[in-house]
Every structure is written in structure tokens, then in C-alpha cells.
Design a binder for this molecule. Structure first.
Ligand SMILES: Nc1nc2c(ncn2[C@@H]2O[C@H](COP(=O)(O)OP(=O)(O)OP(=O)(O)O)[C@@H](O)[C@H]2O)c(=O)[nH]1
Ligand SMILES: [Mg+2]
Length: 305
């Protein structure tokens, strides 16, 4: 299993899918012709990397293969993971290492609350002082759900009754965070469709209030459900143009063969992937590493045969 063991479980279905296509290409023989490049591009598109990143990856691999004098198909495929890895912008230092206020945004059910809870637990365990804020004042049981995570993570939570103004909850959370000297203020927001102009405007207003009141840098993280495939790219475009996102988290990678969506989003919007969700449990949160991710997607020639 080697270097990709860390992500291997979460990306198993993506790898099975892509590896099957790659092995099929290799089984045809060593010849690298036009048909080879076309079929490779199609295999990448089918794993939800998006047409533009698939094209870019193939173009890059093609010129690398000429420059490096790659002799056959298996050499080209062996170089694929590196070219995929190069599509991801550098996330710089660990996203949550700096003291900051983070708002988790995204469409309904993408995994915002679960991810907020997992990160609270991870950071608390790492010795940080964390407070959770529940700015989802819309959905029934949203507060209770986040409270469960606050208990699991053993961190305080700031919430108000259902129907309250989400911006005021943020304000209060930041204020309490300041009083307790919190390193990290993690705010869960209500799910909203990227196509709903009213709800997107509401979120812009919440963000404006947070920025105004903030005593720490503010970061906006979009949580995308990998199983939604290419729709995730559209969500990322809309949320990014409304809010100017700082990072993306891809969840539910354990349940899909569409792990390529991470490549599509990072490549198209030049946004770092800051964490991955690979299950419903407390520990099912992974750090993102571009090379490991790419290797886990591609697997090696012995697999899937
Ligand atoms: N398999 C799997 N399930 C996940 C993951 N992350 C979240 N879920 C599940 O997805 C469902 C929705 O998660 P939530 O965290 O409630 O999503 P949300 O974005 O807060 O939803 P809303 O607040 O309603 O918009 C729950 O059943 C979670 O357990 C993941 O990485 N893998
Ligand atoms: Mg939620």
C-alpha cells in the first residue's frame, strides 16, 4: 500500500474506477498514439476531474513525455500522479494552525456541521482553545446536532433559539471567543443552495458582520459533498464569486468514485483543499496532501486487475 495508505481507504472507490480504465489502456499495449491520449482524457473526465483540468493534465503529460523521452504507455501512466498533484495550489502552512475565525458554508447536507465538529475535536486535542458557533438558526435540530459535537470535542458552544438572526449569533460567538481567549472560532452556517440569490445575500451579510467584528483573521471554507460530482464545481464557483473563499473541504470521499472533484475545484478556482472527510465518525477527517491524494487516485498498475 505504501505512500498512499493514508488516503487509500477514503479514495478506494475513485481508485478502483480510474485504475480500471488505466489498466484497460495499458492492456492495449505500449503504443502511445492519439487514441491513447483521447482515452486517457476521457478516463480523467469520468472520475469527475472536469473537462478543463483533464485537458490540462493530458496536455502537460504529453509534453512531459516528449521532453523526458518516455518510451511507452506504462511510463506515461506512471508519471500521471505527479501531473495530477501539480494541479493543486499550495495550501501554505496548515490552514487551522493560525489563530482565526472560520465560517463553514455550503449547500444543504454537504457535511458542514459534521466537519465543523470533527475539526473542533481535532484542534482541541491538539491543545487549541476552541469555541463553536451555531449560525444555522434555520433548520430544526441544527443546534442540538452541533451541541452533540461540542460535547464530543469538549468545547463551548454559542447558540441562540431557532429563527434568530445568524449574524447576531456570529457576533456573540466572536465576543465570547475573545473573552475566553479562543485560538479558533468555528462557525457552522445554514445550508443554502448556491442558486438561491436571497440566501446567498443573507450569507454575504453574515460575513460582513463577522469581518467587522473580528478580532482574528476570518477564513471562509466551502464544504462540498464529493458525491455530487460536477455540481460541486458549480457550487464552488458560485460561493467563491459571492464570498471570495479561502479554502475548500471535500466530504464523503468514502462513498464515491468521484474523488476527481477535488482536482476540478482546486484547479479551476485556484483554491486550497484544507481537509477531507472520509466518513461520519469523529476521526474520519484527513489532512490534504496533493501528492498523496494523486497517488491514491491513480493507484499502481498491480491494482484493480
Ligand atoms: N460517509 C460520510 N458521511 C458524511 C461525511 N460528512 C458528513 N456525512 C454525513 O452527511 C450527512 C449530512 O451531514 P451534516 O454535517 O449534517 O451536513 P450539513 O452540511 O451540516 O447539513 P445542513 O446543515 O442540513 O445543510 C450526515 O448524515 C453526516 O453524517 C463524510 O465524510 N462521509
Ligand atoms: Mg448543518
Amino acid at each position: 500500500m505504501g505512500v498512499f495508505s493514508r488516503f487509500s481507504e477514503g479514495l478506494a472507490r475513485t481508485r478502483e474506477w480510474l485504475r480500471g480504465d488505466l489498466n484497460e489502456l495499458l492492456n492495449r499495449g505500449p503504443n502511445v498514439d492519439e487514441g491513447f491520449w483521447d482515452d486517457l482524457e476521457e478516463a480523467l473526465v469520468m472520475s469527475d476531474m472536469g473537462a478543463s483540468s483533464a485537458e490540462q493534465i493530458v496536455r502537460q503529460l504529453r509534453s512531459d513525455s516528449v521532453r523526458a523521452g518516455m518510451a511507452d504507455a506504462s511510463e506515461v501512466i506512471s508519471a500521471l500522479a505527479d501531473v495530477i498533484a501539480a494541479q493543486f495550489p499550495d495550501a501554505g502552512e496548515d490552514f487551522f494552525e493560525e489563530d482565526c475565525i472560520v465560517l463553514f458554508v455550503g449547500v444543504n447536507g454537504s457535511g458542514k456541521t459534521t466537519t465543523t465538529g470533527k475539526i473542533a475535536k481535532e484542534q482541541k486535542d491538539a491543545g487549541r482553545s476552541v469555541i463553536l458557533g451555531c449560525a444555522d438558526t434555520f433548520r430544526a435540530a441544527a443546534i442540538e446536532q452541533l451541541e452533540v459535537w461540542a460535547n464530543r470535542a469538549d468545547v463551548p458552544i454559542c447558540a441562540r433559539e431557532r429563527g434568530s438572526d445568524p449574524a447576531s449569533v456570529c457576533y456573540e460567538t466572536i465576543e465570547r471567543g475573545e473573552q475566553m481567549g479562543a485560538d479558533l472560532v468555528l462557525i457552522d452556517t445554514a445550508g443554502r443552495l448556491h442558486t438561491s440569490a436571497d440566501l446567498m445575500r443573507e450569507l454575504e451579510k453574515v460575513v460582513a458582520v463577522v469581518r467587522k467584528r473580528a478580532n482574528l483573521p476570518v477564513k471562509l471554507v466551502l464544504v462540498i459533498d464529493a458525491t455530487t460530482g460536477q455540481n460541486g464545481l458549480q457550487q464552488a464557483r458560485e460561493f467563491n464569486s459571492a464570498l471570495d473563499l479561502d479554502g475548500v473541504i471535500i466530504t464523503k470521499l468514502d462513498g464515491t468514485a468521484k474523488g476527481g472533484i477535488a482536482v476540478a475545484v482546486a484547479h479551476s478556482l485556484d483554491l486550497p483543499i484544507v481537509k477531507l472527510g472520509v466518513g461520519e465518525g469523529l476521526e474520519d477527517l484527513k489532512d490534504f496532501d496533493a501528492r498523496e491524494y494523486a497517488l491514491s487516485m491513480v493507484g499502481d498498475a498491480g491494482e484493480g486487475q
